[in-house]
Design a protein around this ligand. Structure first.
Ligand SMILES: [Zn+2]
Length: 345
């Protein structure tokens, strides 16, 4: 029996020596040390042995079992380490490889200009209001002193949804809506940025859809000099502290008197050049004192309240500020154009 155990041990160790996968070890363990394995069998047969032989054989059997187990564990550890090393080698990360650049987005130039305008006017105490882009004939025209069949409506042809509903042609309806909401109960000091629509044929300076920022200040004793002061502040903030402004008489149905504001040409310093069409001035926006009819229709007594309003085009401001020559660049989403202004100041 002793010989049998020694032979088993030798045979098992030989197999361990040959084994090189984890599955092999499992097989060896089951076949030699398992419940149906030869060693268990020896231990079961111990009853047949003499009293003297029993402890000797028992001890030997246990020793053989330990030796085989130990051999398996040792070799297994070596194999496992080799497998791990192989894995580490194949999964090596080359930290010197340059990273893939992360694409960083930025606001659209028009969004940027609009938020800059908002910041400036919020700083002067204006609130920012919004209004619907699909507007009623009443708010888009009538409440702004543009009754039906008024010839000035021709300048603002739009897309009609029904006879009475249209895509708003300017952001001015938001003035009428805000004043109508307050009903003469308190002063109004607001700007309204947003999209507007005209039935224009698209070219370098026209688009059927563009943006506007409307401004309105209604209170007691608001004078034209207040309008001039606010617009002067705006011009200097956007185009440089050295810019001069001038107001020219103009006509808008909803303001009286009405003005157009020009800034002095940056290129020629007022001498006259091709950018300013030899005039030394560049037109920026329109405005004026709110027409008494507009105040009256919105519930403000024109004998008590007065106000000014102005409207500007963020596209025009961006084009002048950055020398952009075609309005269509804003809407065609060419990233080569847009990305130049991601960090615009
Ligand atoms: Zn010029």
């Amino acid at each position: 029996m002793k010989e049998k155990l020694h032979a088993l041990q030798a045979e098992a160790l030989k197999q361990v020596e040959k084994a090189d996968t984890l599955a092999d070890f499992q097989k060896i363990r089951v076949s030699y040390l398992g419940k149906k394995g030869p060693i268990t069998e020896v231990l079961r047969g111990m009853g047949k042995l003499s009293k003297e032989e029993r402890p000797i054989i028992g001890e030997l059997a246990n020793k053989v079992r330990e030796t085989i187990t130990e051999a398996i564990e040792t070799k297994k550890a070596v194999i496992e380490e080799a497998v791990l090393n192989e894995q580490l080698k194949s999964e090596t990360i080359d930290v010197t490889l340059p990273g893939r650049p992360v694409q960083v987005g930025g606001p659209h130039l028009l969004t940027h200009i609009i938020s800059e305008i908002e910041d400036l006017f919020i700083g002067m105490g204006f609130e920012v209001r919004e209004g619907p882009e699909v507007e009623t004939d009443y708010y888009n025209f009538e409440a702004l002193n543009l009754p039906k069949d008024h010839p000035a409506r021709d300048m603002q042809d739009s897309f009609y949804i029904t006879e009475d509903l249209l895509m708003r042609t300017h952001t001015s309806p938001v003035q009428a809506r805000t004043m109508g909401e307050y009903q003469g109960s308190k002063p109004v000091k607001m700007i309204c940025p947003g999209k507007v629509y005209r039935r224009d044929t698209d070219d370098a300076t026209h688009s059927h859809q563009f943006t506007q920022v409307e401004g309105l200040y209604v209170d007691k004793n608001v004078r034209m000099s207040d309008l001039k002061g606010v617009l002067n502040q705006f011009a200097k903030q956007f185009f440089g502290a050295e810019r001069e402004i001038r107001l020219r008489p103009s006509f808008f149905p909803f303001t009286e008197p009405s003005v157009e504001m020009d800034i002095s040409c940056k290129v020629c310093q007022g001498e006259g050049c091709s950018v300013c069409k030899q005039t030394g001035w560049i037109e920026i926006l329109g405005g004026g004192m709110v027409h008494p009819n507009v105040l009256k229709m919105a519930g403000y007594d024109p004998k008590v309240y007065s106000g000014f309003a102005f409207g500007m085009g963020p596209e025009r401001i961006a084009m002048l500020k950055y020398g952009i020559d075609d309005i269509r660049h804003f809407y065609t989403n060419d990233r080569r154009f847009l990305e130049q202004y991601h960090r615009a100041q």
